[in-house]
Write a protein that binds this ligand. Structure first.
Ligand code: FAD
Length: 550
């Protein structure tokens, strides 16, 4: 989560109209999934809304998660029925509203004879989980999992199947919600840092903002200020002189490894116990294998968070303990990344026992009426958090007849039809249309139409992908991207893929430079900015990965 001034950013003039003294009904701080969802909700309720993000939308915790859209079997075990019920409800909404981004995924819970969970309790728990999901996800006829034969035979695993969902790219979900927020009238500014919330006579009245590209500082006024800065929420209060009785966030770091797909790698998500009995996931993700996660109290700057050597060893050892015959080594690691869970401050509790449920802190007693901090939550529940937040400030969440719901049974045929239409509209290959629809849903038609008459826009972004240059253009024009890194890491996130190399970066940058009319100096600056962010986000140093593979 890099911070600091981004000198190379050359932000489009239209999206950077001066803000000095502008007045808003609502100012939302933080463009993670919660902030974007809240801004969208407020704009849809016809409130003049400003959303500011210090770096890029979704560059914080949101892109550091395990990317599962789930009710949380573990929370059921902890007796947090309310959290599970709400999460399952949100899971269903997301599956129906964004079926191109959120897909059902089969999970296999693998427990050995040493587990403290009995088979009976697990079966009862899964029964309850499905009941609570109601209509839920259709159960598939399960094939025997191909990874089973690779499990440690000596540990005599019992396997339990259940259904949940995955959002491979929360970055893309945030981009779609951002487009919806802007369409509803929200003014959204990334690379804009809130320096302080201003208060007057016990009320929050506005904020001082800094444009990270130009360094320009501007004051805005707002009737309501929502602090949705995730793990940075306490920093916002500190820099604003708003004193809370105790810290609001107790950060808990979670790290992941991303490995190349190895022979015997599971096609399902495996949910198992790590070397210390904690739960870990081994998940097929983006043509690679995602292994996570850890829970380590984190008090440092969330922008600097990295996986520690100890966490890397722990995750590798846990994976090796499950699949000893696969001989998974450090050299299989493509990269590792970490994020800080913005959990409610609970100094006495073990990280695993801290409730994942969100809460709102109203700062009226702290001398800042009108300032509300949103603490905690999950990717899964961001939509619900936003509705609740809107109600808290007296808005009625919008009812949207236009939101099309598509359910699983219709999914494949609707997607296939859309892909065929998009291919025809854009005069592009079915593979390019498929790739575009998978990341852009219904918006793909507009992007394809734009590509129709331009060979340049129909070019692939790099030789290994079917994603085309028109998607990058749309990212700049309609999805708030301002830099090469914004595009390749979050709007068209090819750089997270299995075969991304420095050569891919150069090819993509050259093709993007062509449509953005970047000169050589700009191109160099964009490449430097991308490399710095890529290295900072996707940790490679110290984990034994050959640098050539980066
Ligand atoms: C390891 C890990 C695994 C997880 N796995 C899952 C999962 O599988 N499923 C799930 O549902 N949830 C998961 N979560 C939880 C989920 O990722 C988070 O709850 C969610 O992303 C929080 O979103 P947010 O918008 O509150 O915070 P963030 O995404 O961190 O957004 C806050 C934003 O505020 C910005 N900001 C900070 N200070 C300022 C400032 N001064 N001015 C302007 N902007 C500022 C930051 O740059 C940041 O982008 C996981 C979390 C972690 C860490």
């Amino acid at each position: 989560m890099p911070s600091g001034r981004s000198a190379h950013l050359n932000l489009g003039m239209n999206s950077r109209l001066p803000l000095e003294n502008a007045q808003f009904d609502v100012l939302v701080i933080g463009g993670g999934i919660n902030g974007v969802a809240i801004a969208r909700e407020c704009a849809r309720a016809n409130r003049r809304t400003l959303l500011v993000e210090q770096h890029d939308f979704a560059a914080g915790t949101t892109s550091r998660s395990t990317r599962i859209i789930h009710g949380g079997l573990r929370y059921l075990e902890q007796g947090d029925f309310r959290q599970v019920k709400e999460s399952l409800g949100e899971r269903q909404k997301l599956l129906c509203q964004y079926p191109h981004l959120i897909r059902p995924l089969e999970f296999v819970l693998a427990l050995d004879g040493e587990s403290r969970r009995s088979a009976l309790a697990v079966r009862a728990g899964l029964w309850l989980y499905r009941r609570m999901a109601g209509r839920g996800i259709r159960r598939r006829q399960s094939e025997p999992a191909d990874f089973e034969r690779w499990l440690d035979q000596g540990r005599r695993f019992s396997l339990f199947r259940f259904e949940d969902a995955q959002c491979e790219f929360p970055e893309r979900l945030v981009a779609e919600w951002l487009v919806e927020a802007v369409a509803a009238g929200c003014l959204a500014r990334n690379h804009t840092r809130l320096l302080t919330v201003t208060t007057h006579h016990g009320r929050a009245t506005g904020a001082l903002l800094r444009d990270e590209a130009s360094g320009r500082e501007e004051r805005v006024e707002a009737a309501w200020i929502i602090n949705a800065a995730g793990p940075w929420a306490d920093q916002i209060c500190r820099s604003s002189g708003v004193h809370t009785p105790q810290a609001m966030v107790g950060g808990v770091r979670g790290s992941h490894l991303v490995l190349e797909k190895f022979p015997g790698a599971p096609g399902q998500a495996v949910y198992a116990e790590a070397v210390d009995g904690r739960p870990i996931f081994i998940i097929p993700w983006n043509d690679q294998i995602l292994v996570g996660t850890t829970e380590v109290p984190e008090t440092g700057d969330p922008s600097q968070v990295r996986p520690s050597e100890e966490e890397i060893r722990y995750l590798l050892a846990s994976l090796g303990g499950l699949f000893p015959r696969l001989e998974i080594a450090r050299s299989h690691i493509r990269y590792a990344f970490a994020g800080v869970r913005p959990l409610p401050y609970s100094p006495q509790a073990k990280p695993a026992a801290i409730p994942r449920r969100h809460y709102f802190h109203d700062h009226t007693p702290d001398g800042a009426a009108g300032l509300i901090s949103v603490i905690g939550g999950k990717l899964t529940t961001a939509g619900g958090v936003a509705r609740e937040c809107a109600e808290k400030i007296g808005l009625r969440p919008a009812i949207l007849p236009s939101v099309a719901l598509m359910c699983e049974s219709e999914l494949d045929s609707v997607l296939a039809r859309t892909v065929a239409q998009v291919a025809q509209l854009g005069g592009i290959t079915p593979e390019a249309a498929q790739a575009m629809v998978e990341w852009n849903g219904r918006r793909a038609s507009g992007i394809a139409s734009r590509a129709r008459r331009s060979a340049q826009l129909k070019q692939r972004l790099c030789p290994h992908t079917h994603h085309i240059v028109a998607e990058a253009l749309d990212a700049f024009e309609n999805q708030g991207a301002v830099s090469l890194a914004d595009v390749l890491l979050r709007r068209v996130p090819l750089a997270l893929g299995p075969c991304w190399s420095p050569e891919c970066t150069r090819v993509a940058a050259a093709r993007i430079a062509g449509i953005q009319a970047w000169d050589e100096a700009r191109m160099r600056a964009e490449l430097e900015g991308f490399d710095a962010e890529y290295q900072a986000f996707l940790e490679k140093t110290g984990i034994g990965v050959p640098q050539g593979a980066v």
